[in-house]
Write a protein that binds this ligand. Structure first.
Ligand code: ADE
Length: 248
């Protein structure tokens, strides 16, 4: 899959792919990322991408022409999807990340200033994406977030597919707790079940802990989730007090 990022600050992306999963994905050719400077799509001496808002008021607004021209020249075909990153967008989540990972080209426009000419929103993009209810000074950090979360769903990007499947939110639940050595850290012990070698028991414990954690910290996720009968049994057995943060 390919990401095309349209920004007035291309240099903000210079370190983004220098490590971790994204770097590996690029090296393996599973992911392609192209960063486009919006100013390259202007035709005036000052390479102006913004202008004062009609009707008056504070701040500047992104002009439509460079953005339309950029998208039209970058888009590969009708199946390409174009999104504006903005606080007005649909809330980005794991479900949207998974959907986008199946699209062969995703074009992300990083908004700035007071906004973007409304014609871009009404007539060019497929939608607006927000990464949360707060205002960033621009869409660039949001584009990074979207690319990272989406690329994890591209087969082969994360070493073990299992770890994506198990991740928080994938099955509509938060992740279960993880432990590593030492077995005893300052008197705080790793749950005994994890040494049992009994994989069925360990899975059951993990499922229970994921349910407990989700019920305690993100009950809204449970309300949205299709709960399997065996999960219902576990949930019913978790009393209010059962919101234990004990390891076992
Ligand atoms: N640009 C400014 N704020 C944003 C947000 N919360 N999400 C996505 N893009 C943004």
């Amino acid at each position: 899959m390919r990401f095309d990022i349209i920004t007035i600050f291309p240099e903000m992306f210079s370190g983004v792919f220098s490590g971790g999963v994204a770097k590996r994905a690029l090296e393996k050719g599973l992911l392609e990322v192209r960063i486009h400077d919006l100013r390259e799509y202007t035709h005036d001496k000052h390479r102006q991408v913004d202008d004062r808002p009609f009707g008056g008021g504070e701040g500047m607004v992104f002009k439509p022409e460079p953005i339309f021209e950029a998208v039209e020249s970058i888009r590969k075909n009708k199946r390409s999807r174009v999104f504006l990153l903005s606080p007005q967008g649909v809330k980005f989540d794991s479900g949207l990340a998974r959907k986008l990972s199946r699209v062969s080209q995703v074009i992300l426009i990083c908004g700035r200033y007071e906004g973007v000419d409304e014609r871009v929103i009404r007539h060019l993009v497929d939608g607006e994406i927000s990464i949360g209810d707060y205002v960033l000074s621009g869409g660039e950090p949001a584009a990074w977030v979207v690319m990272d979360a989406v690329s994890r769903f591209i087969p082969g990007v994360v070493g073990k597919e299992e770890s994506v499947r198990r991740d928080s939110f994938f099955g509509g639940l938060l992740d279960f707790p993880h432990f590593t050595r030492p077995r005893d850290f300052q008197g705080i012990k790793v749950p005994q079940v994890l040494f049992s070698g009994n994989h069925a028991k360990i899975s059951e414990w993990r499922r229970r802990k994921a349910l407990e954690k989700t019920k305690a910290l993100r009950p809204d996720l449970l309300a949205k989730k299709k709960i399997a009968p065996e999960e219902r049994v576990i949930l019913e057995s978790i009393t209010k007090k059962g919101k234990d943060n004990e390891p076992d």
